[in-house]
Design a protein around this ligand. Structure first.
Ligand code: HEM
Length: 222
């Protein structure tokens, strides 16, 4: 690595955690309201959507805090993914597979995000749907077996990319140095991967409930 590329690489790594990784966790918790709210899941979810969209300077926050960091991390990540790297020979078979999967899931996640943001946030921005109708929009997506499956692939890829990326981040920033620390870290991030995947799938399934099929059940004055 020569010249500025070291810093571009470090920025790429850091942005993957703050704010992009942070956003993914926040996004999971917000959407999880659809499941956690039980019989009132639709109302709980829409309350969270309203709360988020009433934050001060929300559009600036979305562009500077989410959109641009994802764009940089994604585009620079593609550039890194297609560059040859030969320094993995001192790692075992498991780490080599993880290394390969990190690249594959990065590409899938990027494609998923473009499609997902287009069909949710951009549709609101274009005035084709409203914040109040986002539960119904998600209901339509998750009651269709084709889009449910595509979401499943996109969501699991994103969570894998985040969890395994966190493992690498801790190594490359000198936080998990020895083999023992790296082994413990592996178990922790496998746990995070499983927990987040389960929560996302419970959320997706919750949206198939008939309460999400129309907005008449909602108290929109809250
Ligand atoms: C159960 C799975 C998911 C559901 C139900 C869901 C739902 C939504 C909804 C309703 C919005 C529009 C928010 C608004 O306009 O207020 C949105 C935006 C977004 N989602 Fe997701 N999402 C899911 C998974 C994911 C995953 C796995 C990622 C990342 C890899 C992701 C990335 C984004 C991004 C970047 C935005 C735009 C952020 C913003 O401007 O608010 N989503 N999602």
């Amino acid at each position: 690595m020569t010249g500025n590329s070291y810093y571009y690489r470090k920025l790429h790594s850091l942005l993957g955690v703050i704010p992009v990784g942070f956003f993914l966790v926040e996004h999971l918790l917000t959407n999880y309201e659809a499941f956690r709210g039980g019989a009132d899941g639709h109302q709980s979810f829409i309350d969270k959507v309203h709360w988020l969209n009433n934050l001060p300077l929300v559009l600036i926050l979305e562009i500077v805090g989410i959109g641009l960091p994802i764009l940089y991390h994604g585009v620079y990540g593609l550039f890194v993914a297609f560059q040859a790297r030969n320094n993995v020979s001192n790692y075992g078979y498991f780490r080599n597979v993880m290394f390969m999967l990190q690249r594959v899931t990065g590409v899938i996640t990027l494609i998923f995000i473009v499609w997902h943001v287009w069909s949710t946030r951009i549709q609101v921005a274009l005035g084709h749907t409203t914040h109040d109708e986002l539960g119904v929009l998600m209901h339509d997506i998750f009651t269709n077996p084709v889009t449910f499956t595509l979401y499943l692939i996109g969501v699991i890829s994103s969570v894998f990319h985040f969890s395994n990326g966190m493992w690498s981040f801790l190594v490359s920033w000198g936080i998990t140095v020895g083999p023992r620390a790296q082994r413990v870290s592996t178990y922790i991030w496998i746990g995070v991967f499983v927990a987040m995947s389960v929560m996302f799938v419970l959320t997706m399934t919750a949206f198939t409930d008939p309460q999400f099929s129309d907005t008449s059940v909602l108290d929109l004055n809250k």
